[in-house]
Design a protein around this ligand. Structure first.
Ligand code: 4NP
Length: 156
């Protein structure tokens, strides 16, 4: 089993979208028995909440159902997951700040590291912006998730 965790700040917009997109991709490839998917936020601001309604609506228009509830990233996630994929550089460095003994750096990536067109770029935080930002999130994540699954397939 490969365990994958997507991480953003609030775990109500970008990482739940990544989780929903990747779950669908895994299902469409008949790989549910091999890949488990979850998401978390570096902050606990929205713990227990459903994904942001704007993110859910935009995702639904693109065919993705977002069902997760917000939870905060914890140090236990370093052991429980094989791949920890951050949405932006700030999430990435906040995650690594919790890796006190520098043991888990090899598991932590920027989600766009697996993208072709957005390599190394942040998935922009859509929370304080307009509707377009939510479509941008989906567009970058769809492409990055396809790249990531292609990468995982080489390991299965
Ligand atoms: P996310 O978006 O990190 O993609 O879930 C945000 C959600 C909430 C806040 C910031 C970003 N906030 O400041 O409450």
């Amino acid at each position: 089993m490969i365990n994958v965790l997507f991480v953003c700040l609030g775990n109500i917009c970008r990482s739940p979208a990544a989780e929903g997109i990747f779950i669908k991709l895994v299902k469409d490839n008949n790989l549910e028995h091999l890949i488990k998917v979850d998401s978390a936020g570096t902050s606990g601001y929205h713990t227990g909440q459903e994904s942001d309604i704007r993110m859910r609506k935009t995702a639904a228009r693109k065919g993705y159902k977002l069902l997760s509830r917000s939870r905060q990233f914890t140090v236990h996630d370093f052991r429980n997951f094989d791949f920890i994929l951050a949405m932006d550089e700030s999430n990435y460095s906040d995650i690594l700040k919790l890796d006190l003994n520098n043991k888990f750096k090899d598991k932590v990536f920027l989600v766009t590291d697996f993208s072709t067109n957005y390599t190394g770029q942040d998935v922009p935080d859509p929370y304080y912006g307009g509707e377009e930002g939510f479509y941008t999130v989906i567009k970058i994540l769809e492409e990055s998730c396809i790249g990531f699954l292609d990468y995982l397939k080489l390991k299965l």
